[in-house]
Design a protein around this ligand. Structure first.
Ligand code: NAP
Length: 456
C-alpha cells in the first residue's frame, strides 16, 4: 500500500517537473520570436539616457540650471534627460544628424568594410555617457566603434585618460604678441555635457578652449565651471590657458559690448580673456529674436580695441566675416584682428580668406574642420570623415580620419578647435603633433577642395 502511494507521489512530482519545463520552453520561444531585448543585454542603467541623447532634443535652452558638481567625479554624466535646446540651423541639426549618421556608417561598416563596428543601436549614446570606461567588457563586445576600438583607430587599446604635454602641441605668435595653441577644444552643442567634456579636454592637455556667449549653441557657464575646477585643482595656471569667447551680434554697440565682456568674465571665472571675437558681422535669420542691436559691428570693434587697451582682452578678432567685411575692417581698424575664425574643411578650404589672412598676418582659425557643417547641407553622413582618400591616408599613416584632416589644416597654417563628447576622441584629436603628412598626401587632400560628394 505504502509503496503504491510512494510511486504515485513520485509520478506526480515528475509530471509537474515536465509541465514546468514545457512552459519554460514555450516562453523562451515566444520571447525570441517577438525579438524582446533581454534586460541584461542592455548596458546597465542606460536605457533612459540613450533614448534622450542631446541630438534628439530641439526645444528652448535652459541655461541657468545649477551646475551639478558630480560631473567632476570620474563617472558618466547622470542619466537625467538633457535640457532642451533651441532649434538651430548651424549646430543643433548637425548634432541630430551626426548621431543618425554614426548609425548609418556603422550599419554600412558591418556589411562592407570591417568586422569591427557597433552591434547595438544605442552605442553612440552609451559611449558619450561614459560607458566605454564604466563597462569596458560590455562595450568592447557591443560598441567597438563608438568606443574608438576599431582597427584603423589609433585609440585601439588606448587609455582614454591619456594626456599630452601641452608643450608638444605647438603654438603660434599672434600679431598682438601673445601665443595661441595650434589645437583647441570646441564646445558648441555639448549641452549639459559641456563641463565634463571640457574637463576631459583640459586633462588631456588642451589649453585653448573655444566658447561663445550665444546660448543657442554654447554653455559658457559650464565651460567656466570646468576651467574654475581645473585651475583650483592645480591642473594649470591661468596664464597657461587660452580662453576664447565671442560676442553675440544682438549685443553689437559700444557700451553693450563692454557690458557683455564683463558677463563672459563672470561666467568663465577669469579676469581677462585671451581672445574676444565678434561672432557674426550682423544678426541673421531669427538669431537675434527680433532684438534690434544698439550698434553695428564697427561700434563693437572700437569697443574691443578699448577693452584690449584696458587689458581685459589680450587679442581681438572676428568670426564669419566675409572677404569684403574683412577688407573694410582692415581699412579703418586702429588695431587689426589677431584672429579670423571661419568654417574650413577639406571640401571647403576657404582659400581666398586664408590668403588674405596670411598677407595681413591675421591668424586663421578653422571651425568644423571635421566636416560637421556638411550635415546641414543635406548630407546624411559626414563626407569628410568617410571620404575614401581621407580613410586611405589614415590607414597608411596609422591615424584616424579625424587626425588626418586636422593635420592637413594645421599644415596649412590653420588653428583647429575640434569638438567631441567622447573622451577617447577628445584625446585622439589633440594627438596631431609630432608627425606630418607628406606632399603627396597634402596634394590629394587639397584636390578635394570644391568637390564635396553629391548629397545622397
Ligand atoms: P567638428 O569639430 O567639426 O565635429 C564635431 C563632430 O565630430 C561631433 O559630432 C563629434 O562626435 C565628431 N567627432 C569628433 N572627433 C571625432 C573623431 N576623432 N572621430 C570621429 N568623429 C569625431 O564640429 P563643430 O562643433 O561644428 O566645430 C568645432 C568647434 O568650432 C565648435 O565646437 C565651436 O567651438 C566652433 N564653431 C564656431 C562657429 C562660429 O560661428 N564661429 C561655428 C561652428 C563651430 P562625438 O561627440 O561623438 O565625438
Amino acid at each position: 500500500m505504502r509503496r503504491r502511494q510512494l510511486a504515485k507521489r513520485l509520478f506526480a512530482f515528475f509530471a509537474a517537473l515536465c509541465i514546468m519545463y514545457l512552459h519554460y520552453r514555450a516562453l523562451k520561444e515566444m520571447e525570441s520570436s517577438f525579438g524582446f531585448d533581454r534586460p541584461e543585454e542592455a548596458a546597465p542603467g542606460l536605457a533612459e539616457t540613450t533614448e534622450n541623447t542631446p541630438d534628439t532634443d530641439e526645444s528652448e535652452p535652459v541655461i541657468d540650471e545649477p551646475f551639478d558638481v558630480s560631473a567632476f567625479e570620474d563617472k558618466p554624466p547622470p542619466p537625467s534627460p538633457p535640457p532642451p535646446r533651441a532649434p538651430n540651423p548651424e549646430m543643433v541639426s548637425s548634432l541630430r544628424i551626426v548621431h543618425h549618421d554614426h548609425d548609418i556608417v556603422r550599419e554600412e561598416a558591418l556589411e562592407k568594410d570591417s568586422p569591427c563596428s557597433d552591434l547595438a543601436e544605442h552605442c553612440a549614446g552609451w559611449a558619450s555617457s561614459g560607458e566605454c570606461a564604466k563597462n569596458p567588457a560590455f562595450m568592447l563586445e557591443r560598441c567597438k566603434e563608438s568606443c574608438g576600438l576599431c582597427g584603423d583607430s589609433p585609440a585601439i587599446g588606448a587609455d582614454e585618460t591619456r594626456s599630452l604635454d601641452p608643450r608638444e602641441i605647438g603654438d603660434v605668435v599672434l600679431n598682438s604678441g601673445h601665443r595661441m595653441p595650434l589645437v583647441g577644444f570646441g564646445t558648441a552643442g555639448l549641452g549639459d555635457m559641456t563641463a565634463t567634456a571640457t574637463k576631459w579636454a583640459l586633462q588631456a592637455g588642451y589649453r585653448l578652449v573655444d566658447t561663445a556667449q550665444a546660448p543657442e549653441w554654447y554653455r559658457e557657464d559650464l565651460v567656466g565651471e570646468a576651467i574654475r575646477a581645473f585651475l583650483a585643482s592645480g591642473g594649470a595656471k591661468r596664464e597657461e590657458l587660452f580662453i576664447t569667447s565671442k560676442l553675440h551680434p544682438r549685443d553689437h554697440g559700444a557700451e553693450r559690448t563692454k557690458a557683455m565682456l564683463e558677463s563672459s568674465l563672470t561666467n568663465l571665472g577669469v579676469d581677462y580673456l585671451d581672445l574676444f571675437l565678434l561672432h557674426y558681422p550682423a544678426c541673421w535669420g531669427t538669431l537675434c529674436g527680433g532684438v534690434e542691436p544698439q550698434g553695428t559691428w564697427r561700434d563693437s570693434w572700437r569697443a574691443l580695441e578699448e577693452l584690449q587697451r584696458a587689458g581685459k582682452v589680450r587679442s581681438i578678432g572676428v568670426s564669419n566675416f566675409d572677404v569684403n567685411e574683412l577688407r573694410e575692417l582692415a581699412e579703418w581698424a586702429r588695431v587689426e584682428p589677431a584672429v579670423v575664425q571661419r568654417n574650413s574643411d577639406v571640401f571647403s578650404a576657404d582659400k581666398e580668406v586664408r590668403q588674405l589672412c596670411e598677407s595681413k598676418r591675421w591668424q586663421y582659425e578653422a571651425y568644423s574642420s571635421l566636416g560637421s557643417q556638411w550635415l546641414m547641407r543635406g548630407h546624411r553622413e559626414n563626407p569628410v570623415l568617410t571620404h575614401a582618400d581621407v580613410k586611405r591616408i589614415a590607414r597608411k599613416k596609422g591615424k584616424s580620419p579625424a587626425q588626418v584632416v586636422l593635420r592637413w589644416a594645421i599644415q596649412h597654417g590653420q588653428i583647429v578647435i575640434p569638438r567631441s563628447s567622447n573622451r577617447a576622441r577628445i584625446a585622439e584629436n589633440l594627438d596631431v603633433a609630432g608627425w606630418t603628412l607628406g606632399d603627396d598626401d597634402m596634394f590629394v587632400l587639397d584636390a578635394l577642395d570644391g568637390h564635396p560628394p553629391f548629397v545622397q
